[in-house]
Ligand binder design. Structure first.
Ligand code: FE
Length: 212
């Protein structure tokens, strides 16, 4: 049985960039719905014993388990997305992550441009990710629907932006670029991303869970 993780801040804490009504529905209806669906699908099966990431990896690539994969991946992706934001977020990274962005991506401004291009260029629903790839270098990319980097074990995600319309439509309507500006300028939690970077070694060893 999975449990719905608590939202790490109040539903109105990200306003006006992401309003309370968005979070009430996105967390309380969408995210909760994914948890409930997974629990319904695994109930009475041996899959019920697995925790979330092992479950995602077990059913990834199995066409007969696609609905279970999608819902389980969405549970993980949303947990990770909530923690990728903070009421005191936004702005530029510091420390080792800032240095890595400087040396591998050409600096914060280039990171910002590439992240925004990947987010606005992702057709339809999905996520935009900053990850440490299998080469150990930073990568930015958009992924469709429920796809998640933790389905494999060659990437370590540092942060994500949910690109589904349910993430931004009430606050920004159809303007995904305005939502991404708000995400980067006011919400992104660089401390969370830095903690994920710092734990790359243990994450690479198979403990692919978000930093606490
Ligand atoms: Fe979502």
């Amino acid at each position: 049985m999975l449990e719905l993780s608590p939202l790490p801040y109040a539903e109105d804490a990200l306003a006006p960039h992401i309003g309370a009504e968005t979070l009430a529905f996105h967390y309380g209806k969408h995210h909760k719905g994914y948890v409930d669906k997974v629990n319904k699908l695994v109930d009475g099966t041996e899959l019920d014993a697995l925790s979330l990431v092992p479950l995602i990896r077990k059913v990834a690539g199995d066409r007969s388990k696609k609905t279970l994969f999608n819902n389980a991946a969405q549970v993980w992706n949303h947990d990770f997305y909530w923690r990728s934001m903070s009421p005191k977020g936004g702005g530029k990274p510091r420390g080792a992550l800032a240095e890595k962005i400087d040396s591998e991506l050409g600096g914060y401004d280039k990171f910002r441009k590439r992240f925004k291009e990947a987010a606005t260029g992702q057709f339809g629903s999905g996520y935009c990710w900053l990850v440490v790839g299998d080469t150990g270098r930073l990568e930015i990319y958009g992924s469709p629907n429920a796809e998640t980097p933790v389905a494999g074990n060659d990437e370590v995600p540092l942060l994500t932006a949910d690109l589904w319309e349910h993430a931004y439509y009430l606050d920004h309507r159809n303007e995904r670029d305005a939502y991404i500006d708000a995400f980067l300028d006011h919400l992104v939690d660089w401390d969370f991303a830095a903690a994920n970077l710092a734990s790359v070694a243990s994450l690479k060893a198979g403990q692919a869970v978000p930093a606490k």
